[in-house]
Design a protein around this ligand. Structure first.
Ligand SMILES: NC(=O)c1ccc[n+]([C@@H]2O[C@H](COP(=O)([O-])OP(=O)(O)OC[C@H]3O[C@@H](n4cnc5c(N)ncnc54)[C@H](OP(=O)(O)O)[C@@H]3O)[C@@H](O)[C@H]2O)c1
Length: 351
C-alpha cells in the first residue's frame, strides 16, 4: 500500500489529484496538507458570480472524497519546520506531491517565501524526518520557459528558460533549490512543468475560466457581452484531470532527478478558445464580443512538447472542447445555485 502526502491538497489541482488517486489505487492512503482548515465544500480560491466573490464550490465528483476513509487532512504550514517534521514522521509517506504554491497574482515576497523557501523547508523536513527517501514530485510550471527563443517551439525540456515574471522566476528557483537539497540529502525528486491548466472549478484569473464564466453569466441574464483581450496569443491548455493523471504517472515512472513537461502539445490561440466556447455554449453569433484594449502579450506564442511524458506511457484523455463544456456545466451550476439561494431569501416563507 502506498501512502501519499499532498501539499496544497485543497487547491484546484490538489483536489483532482486526491480524487484521481482514490479512484485508481484502491489500496492507498492519502494525507492532504494545507494551511486552511479542512473544507469538504469548496476549493481554496474564489470565483466571481456577478458582483459577488464566492468560494469556488467543489464539483460533485470532488465532494465525494469527503466520505472516503482512505483520505485525511492535516492543517500545517510548509514554513513551520518542526510541525512539518512531526507531520512527516506521523504520516511516513512513500510519495510526496508538492503542489502548495503561491500563484501569479501574489506579491513578490509571498511568491519567493512560499515557492522557494517553502520548497526548501519541505525537503529539509523530509531529510530531518529520516523517512527512507520518499519520492517527491514537484509541481512546477511551463511558465519557467518564459519567452521562447526563435525556433524553440514546441518547448521541450532542454529549451532555455527565460522566465518573464516573478511567479515563473520563483518556480524556476524552486526547481533549482529543490534539486540542490535533493542531491545533498539523496531524496529522489521528479519535476513536472505544468502548462495552462483548464477544468471545472477554474476561476477567472485563467483565460478559459474567464471566457466561460462570462458565457454562463450571459445565460443567466447577468450580462450580455464577452470582454476579452488579445485573441492571437497562443498557449498550451491541458485538462486538470489529465494533469492529475500525469503527476500520478510521474510518481510511478518518472526518473529520479528528471524534468517532464505536463502539456497537451497543442498550440491553441485565445481566438480558438473563444470560438470553441461560444460553440459549446450554443451562443455563436448570438453575443457581442468586446475586445479590451491593451498591449500585446509579452509572450505571444507558448506551447510545450509532451513527448517525454508520452514515453512513460501517458496519454491525454480530455479534449479542450470537453474541458470547456465541463467548465460551462460547472459555472451554470453555480449560477443556478446562486439564483436558488437569492429566491429563497426573497420568498415570503423566509421572512
Ligand atoms: N493551476 C494552474 O494553471 C497551474 C499551472 C502550472 C503550474 N501549476 C502549479 O500547480 C500547483 C497547484 O496549483 P493550483 O492551481 O492547484 O494552486 P492553488 O489552487 O492555489 O492551490 C495551492 C494550495 O497551496 C496551499 N498553500 C499555499 N501556501 C502554503 C503553505 N505555506 N503551506 C501549506 N500550504 C500552502 C494553499 O492552501 P491553503 O491556503 O489552505 O494553505 C492552496 O490550496 C502549484 O505548484 C502551481 O504552481 C498550476
Amino acid at each position: 500500500m502506498t501512502t501519499y502526502l499532498i501539499t496544497g491538497a485543497q487547491g484546484f489541482l490538489g483536489r483532482y489529484l486526491v480524487a484521481h488517486l482514490l479512484e485508481h489505487e484502491p489500496d492507498c492512503r492519502i494525507v492532504g496538507l494545507g494551511r486552511s482548515p479542512r473544507n469538504d465544500e469548496s476549493f481554496t480560491h474564489q470565483i466571481l458570480l456577478g458582483q459577488q466573490n464566492t468560494p469556488a464550490p467543489l464539483t460533485d465528483a470532488l465532494r465525494a472524497v469527503a466520505g472516503d476513509e482512505r483520505y485525511s487532512y492535516v492543517q500545517a504550514d510548509l514554513s513551520q519546520m518542526a510541525q512539518m517534521v512531526g507531520t512527516l514522521r506521523d504520516v511516513r509517506p512513500g510519495v510526496i506531491f508538492h503542489l502548495a504554491s503561491a500563484l501569479r497574482d501574489d506579491p513578490v515576497d509571498i511568491l519567493f517565501q512560499t515557492n522557494v523557501v517553502g520548497s526548501v523547508r519541505l525537503l529539509e523536513a523530509v531529510a530531518a524526518a529520516q523517512l527512507g527517501d520518499p519520492k517527491v514530485v514537484l509541481a512546477s510550471s511551463g511558465g519557467v520557459y518564459g519567452i521562447p527563443l526563435p525556433d524553440s517551439l514546441p518547448l521541450d525540456e532542454q529549451a532555455v528558460c527565460r522566465p518573464n515574471d516573478y511567479y515563473s522566476i520563483s518556480k524556476l528557483s524552486s526547481e533549482q533549490a529543490t534539486a540542490l537539497i535533493a542531491k545533498h540529502s539523496r531524496i529522489p525528486t521528479v519535476t513536472g512543468r505544468i502548462f495552462n491548466v483548464v477544468g471545472p472549478g477554474q476561476d477567472e484569473r485563467h483565460v478559459c475560466g474567464r471566457i466561460i464564466s462570462q458565457l454562463a453569466a450571459i445565460g443567466s441574464g447577468a450580462t450580455s457581452a464577452v470582454r476579452i483581450g488579445a485573441l492571437e496569443t497562443t498557449r498550451d491548455f491541458i485538462d486538470v484531470r489529465d494533469v492529475a493523471a500525469a503527476l500520478a504517472c510521474l510518481s510511478r515512472h518518472g526518473a529520479k532527478g528528471e524534468t517532464y513537461n505536463v502539456a497537451s502539445g497543442q498550440e491553441t490561440s485565445i481566438q480558438q478558445v473563444l470560438d470553441l466556447s461560444l460553440d459549446v455554449a450554443d451562443l455563436a453569433d448570438r453575443v457581442e464580443v468586446h475586445h479590451l484594449p491593451g498591449r500585446p502579450a509579452d509572450i505571444p506564442r507558448h506551447f510545450g512538447s509532451n513527448e517525454r511524458l508520452g514515453q512513460l506511457g501517458f496519454e491525454l484523455q480530455y479534449s479542450l472542447r470537453q474541458s470547456l463544456a465541463d467548465i460551462l456545466g460547472y459555472y451554470r451550476g453555480c449560477w443556478a445555485q446562486a439564483e436558488e439561494q437569492a429566491a429563497a431569501k426573497t420568498s415570503p416563507e423566509s421572512s
